[in-house]
Design a protein around this ligand. Structure first.
Ligand code: FES
Ligand SMILES: [Fe+2]
Length: 564
């Protein structure tokens, strides 16, 4: 298991100022000010004044209905003391995944986004660890993510005027000054945030204060929910397909509610994806088990599955022998990054059913066996296509739900199956200050108008949001492009040759002599063979085109399995 990394020498204490400089409008936004927790006797409390009385009333009443009336939750949990001072979650003193390690290039800095901040991620070969800097050179504010790794020192090199920075964020060189002059100034530093490489992901602690190194190193601060991926033999899990991620143009509050808490949508919205089937929709006796300042647990009463929610971004659903883990990361105003992985021991143990009544193992039919075989041999990019299918449907729903909620936020949740969303709303209100500051800004939850609806292509884009950034999909896309070009050339050559051969046969140049019977027969066979080869190549060209399109954009229309 790798341990958290943190700056070791000079640390620039710039968390708040860094955020303010990058997104100054956030600090003047009315909802952020209204929702900021108030410090009382050194502790943070919920604000005394709310800005949307109607919203708070429906959250309270619905959460109480579902948690108390439908699921017989513990009395202490079902009747929260609204005036009680509760410890508030600090969204800036927490770990967030920012990238899949496999997709990072140690030779090339890159930009990631977290909580409205742009970060430059780069490999510090001197220290042997990934670094996350504020993506802003202190000299003239150029993005350090557009820089390079200095060949001689291994430090991060700003490509604008050549300043270099070591892993701590301290400036190590200014080409325009004599060596050593002025580079020790605090003003020449760049904020360096603690990082950790765990569970196959790069994590960042978005606080560069003096206390960050110690606070982030505490194991109690670790929010990871996929310890299997840190153990030897992790490849024995189906997570060998790796983490799936996607940048979503939808607010964190809505994505988190859907992906991590809404158990009952799986069978309906994701009908046709894998073994999900709307006919398995059924009552789910969900119960809130516990709620703490860092999360909560909701389980299905008969023990079919348990949801563990760990803030700032984690959720794990345990089915017994298998599990699903998701991290929902607030990246900016109205934007979110979703990671998920399915953990299934291999070979899969057989159980009767999972949370939604769906069979865990494929049915003993030819189709079921073929599906199981395909799952076992399919490449990573094909697994990511399956995840796209799930996320496309979620995106289409979340976007519209968000817009509808901005107009009228009353909801009706009479079933115990909605205990997850109810617990989520309650935790945000009691412990989470309403959500991460940057996420609240874009959410109708806070009464803000959502941005204008995007085009379907923008909303459901797969290329920029995933393919370009995923090594497996990017490689597959490039190879398929080449394969399609080869298929086109073969189709044209074979087709052209078939036409030419047929013309020769028709003109009598071939097969006109007395002994031409055998030659004529072979000529016809050659023409037919060329036509067949051309047709096959043309078919592959068309098929590759359809697969390539699935790396770019597929509409959530009548052809999506959940609408059939
Ligand atoms: S802006 Fe980076 S060196 Fe000038
Ligand atoms: Fe991918």
């Amino acid at each position: 298991m790798l341990v958290p990394h943190s700056p070791t020498t000079t640390t620039c204490h710039r968390r708040s100022s860094a955020l303010a400089q990058q997104i100054p409008h956030l600090y003047s936004f009315k909802y952020l000010h209204k929702r900021q927790p108030h410090a009382v006797n050194g502790r943070q409390t919920p604000p005394a004044v709310v800005d949307n009385q109607q919203q708070d009333s429906w959250q309270d009443s619905n959460a109480a209905d579902v948690l108390q009336g439908c699921t017989a939750a513990p009395a202490a949990e079902a009747a929260p003391q609204q005036q009680q001072i509760k410890e508030q979650f600090d969204w800036f003193k927490a770990w967030y995944p920012v990238a899949v390690l496999e997709d990072l290039d140690p030779a090339l800095p890159c930009q990631v986004r977290l909580l409205g901040m742009d970060l430059a991620v780069w490999w510090d070969r001197t220290a042997g660890q990934w670094r996350a800097f504020q993506d802003r050179c202190p000299h003239r504010l150029a993005p350090l993510s557009e820089g390079r790794i200095d060949d001689a020192s291994g430090h991060l090199y700003c490509n604008y005027h050549g300043w270099t920075f070591e892993g701590s964020g301290a400036c190590s060189g200014i080409p325009q000054l004599p060596q050593g002059q002025a580079i020790n100034s605090r003003k020449a530093c760049v904020a360096s945030y603690p990082t950790a490489a765990r569970e196959g992901l790069l994590w960042v602690w978005p606080d560069a204060s003096a206390a960050a190194a110690a606070e982030s190193a505490a194991e109690s601060a670790w929010p990871g929910l996929a310890p299997e991926l840190e153990q030897r033999g992790a490849a024995a899990h189906s997570s060998r397909h790796g983490w799936y991620f996607r940048d979503l143009p939808t607010p964190w509050l809505a994505v988190k509610e859907n992906a991590d808490n809404d158990a009952s949508h799986d069978t309906v919205l994701h009908h046709g994806a894998g073994f999900s089937n709307r006919q398995y929709a059924k009552p789910l006796a969900m119960q809130l088990q516990e709620m703490t300042p860092t999360g909560y647990t909701v389980s299905e009463a008969s023990g079919q599955f348990t949801d563990t929610i760990r803030f700032p971004c984690g959720a794990r659903r345990d089915y017994g022998v298998s599990a699903g883990v998701a991290y929902i990361v607030p990246t900016g105003v109205g934007t979110t990054r979703q990671y998920h992985a399915f953990l299934t021991p291999q070979p899969a143990k057989r159980t009767a059913s999972n949370s939604s009544g769906r069979p865990v193992v494929p049915p003993r039919t030819l189709k079921g066996r073929l599906q199981a075989l395909l799952r076992a041999v399919r490449p990573v990019w094909a697994w990511h296509m399956f995840s796209h299918l799930l996320v496309d449907a979620d995106l289409a729903m979340q976007r519209s739900v968000d817009i509808n909620r901005s107009r009228d936020d009353r909801v009706y949740m009479p079933a115990a199956a909605d205990a997850g969303p109810a617990a989520y709303m309650r935790w945000l209100k009691e412990y989470g200050s309403g959500g991460p500051p940057v996420a609240k800004l874009a959410s109708p939850y806070m009464g803000a108008d959502p941005a204008q609806p995007r085009s379907r292509q923008q909303l459901l884009d797969r290329f920029d949001s995933h393919t370009q950034q995923c090594k497996a999909c990017r490689t597959a896309y490039q190879r398929l492009q080449v394969a399609r070009q080869v298929a086109a050339v073969v189709a044209l050559l074979a087709g052209g040759a078939a036409v030419a051969a047929a013309a020769l046969l028709a003109s009598g140049v071939v097969g006109s002599s007395s002994s031409s019977g055998g030659v004529l027969g072979r000529g016809v066979a050659v023409v037919l063979g060329l036509w067949a080869a051309g047709g096959l190549a043309g078919g592959l060209w068309a098929a590759f085109g359809r697969i390539l399109q699935s790396f770019v954009f597929v509409d959530y229309d009548k052809h999506h399995p959940s609408k059939m």
